[in-house]
Structure formats: structure tokens, C-alpha cells
Design a binder for this molecule. Structure first.
Ligand code: SAM
Length: 235
């Protein structure tokens, strides 16, 4: 936790927050802070700044907070990921959020396991927790949006056009001939396939919709590893 993220519900007075949850535990056990210490804080969807410890015990942490700096710039890449098994999805959310992604789409593909759609990791509170973990890691405050597209064809027909307009569109595929570009230097939309891979028809449909097939090389990477490697290349 490189930033203590606070939100409106944490305020008990102007410029004063009271924290009683895992943030309290973290500040006591990891930061080992004392009264008077200054910690880095951020306001969810707002600025970052400093928090001076006013009170710290087992029950609560009170901080006097001020916010003055902008959060780091976003990575303008829309990340479309075939819904992977829940632990991978959580890693994708946390790590891509830490890398600056602000728009996620989780997509159903032919080889997506249907049971993944009922996983508790997809519930809004669970997703929010993972996004906050990514933001805290990267000292960011801007919560990404997450949408789910449960029908591949409908996603391409109804949403892809507006999402991909004006963006470099890429579909990551180990067998592609072209390497994933480095420093895309502009907005992009990146599609990552399911654990079992895309079926050929899906890649063809994405290509017809304007996406270029790109590879990271012959090594088959896990979804979460491929996500980080691709974002690092493009960003
Ligand atoms: N057997 C599957 C295949 O050949 O497509 C492996 C799928 S891989 C576990 C899951 C997804 O990660 C792939 O669909 C692709 O989007 C991405 N990926 C993994 N390794 C990659 C690589 N070397 N180059 C490009 N994308 C890769």
C-alpha cells in the first residue's frame, strides 16, 4: 500500500478522516507509524496529498489530510480480456490497474468456462476491492470502469465500433506473424484471449473489425502475464 486511499465516507470533519479497516492495520503493522508522522494519501477519484497522524491505536487511525497533486497519468489502453478463471481475473484487475488502465471489458469467448460468470470475484464490491489494491500499489486514485460482455458477437456488433474508433486495435495471439509494437504512442484497444486460446473464427472476426494480430513470441504466457507484458510494451 503505497498510498492510503480515502473516500467521502471516511471523513469525520473537514480535512479529517477516521479509518478502522485494513488501512488501519496496514499503517500500524507495515508503516509502523506514530502520532505526528506524515503518510501519502489519495482521495478516490481525486487528488493525492499528505495525511498527518493525529491518533493511532488498535481501534482507529485519524489523519489530518490535504490534497494538492494530480494522480499519475492514465494509460490510454482499453483492455478487453476473455474472462479468465477468477484468480487470474483478480490479478489482471490489480496489475493492469497499477499500470494505469482505466477501462476494462471482460468478454465471453467460445473457450470461456461458463461457470466463471457466476464467480464471487465478479461482484461489484469484489471488483472494487481489486481496483483499489491496484490504485494503492501505484499511488493512483482514478477508479477504472469495468464492463462485462457476455456475448462475443453482440459485443463486436454493438460496442466494438465506438470503443475502437480512433485507437490502434490489437488482438494478442501467440501464433501471429507480427510482433506487438513497442511504445504505441497513442490510444489503443487490446484484446487478450481465454486460457484455452481464441477459436480461429473469433480472431478472424476481430481482424475484420479492424484489430491487428500481434505476438509476444513463441512462449505461451498466462493471461495475467501476457497482460502485463503487452501493456509494458505498448505503454
Ligand atoms: N493455447 C492458447 C493459444 O495458443 O492461444 C494459449 C492461450 S494463452 C494462455 C491466453 C491468451 O494470452 C492468448 O489468447 C493471448 O491473447 C495471450 N498470450 C499468451 N501468450 C502470448 C504470446 N506469446 N503472444 C501473444 N499473446 C499471448
Amino acid at each position: 500500500m503505497n498510498l492510503i486511499l480515502v473516500e467521502e465516507a471516511d471523513f469525520v470533519a473537514e480535512a479529517r478522516v477516521r479509518l478502522t479497516d485494513r488501512r488501519l492495520v496496514h499503517v500500524r503493522k507495515v508503516h509502523r507509524a506514530s502520532v505526528g508522522d506524515e503518510l501519502r494519501v489519495g482521495l478516490v477519484d481525486g487528488a493525492i496529498g499528505r495525511g498527518r497522524v493525529l491518533r493511532l491505536d488498535r481501534e482507529q487511525l485519524e489523519l489530518e489530510v490535504s490534497f494538492s497533486e494530480a494522480p499519475p497519468p492514465a494509460l490510454d489502453i482499453t483492455l478487453v480480456v476473455a474472462l479468465p478463471r477468477p484468480p487470474s481475473m483478480r490479478k489482471v484487475l490489480q496489475q493492469a490497474t497499477a499500470m494505469g488502465v482505466k477501462r476494462f471489458v471482460f468478454l465471453h469467448c467460445a473457450r470461456t468456462e461458463k461457470s466463471y460468470w457466476t464467480a464471487s470475484a465478479l461482484e461489484p464490491d469484489a471488483i472494487r476491492r481489486d481496483l483499489l489494491l491496484g490504485l494503492e500499489q501505484a499511488r493512483d486514485t482514478a477508479l477504472p470502469s469495468v464492463v462485462f460482455a457476455r456475448r462475443f458477437a453482440a459485443f463486436l456488433a454493438d460496442s466494438w465500433g465506438s470503443m475502437a474508433r480512433g485507437r490502434l486495435a490489437l488482438v494478442a495471439h501467440p501464433d501471429a506473424a507480427a510482433p506487438c509494437p513497442r511504445d504505441a504512442a497513442g490510444p489503443a484497444i487490446l484484446v487478450i484471449g481465454p486460457e484455452g486460446g481464441f477459436i480461429p473464427k473469433e480472431v478472424e472476426q476481430l481482424e475484420r473489425a479492424g484489430a491487428r494480430r500481434v505476438t509476444l513470441g513463441p512462449r505461451i504466457l498466462r493471461v495475467e502475464t501476457a497482460t502485463v507484458a503487452l501493456l509494458a510494451r505498448l505503454g
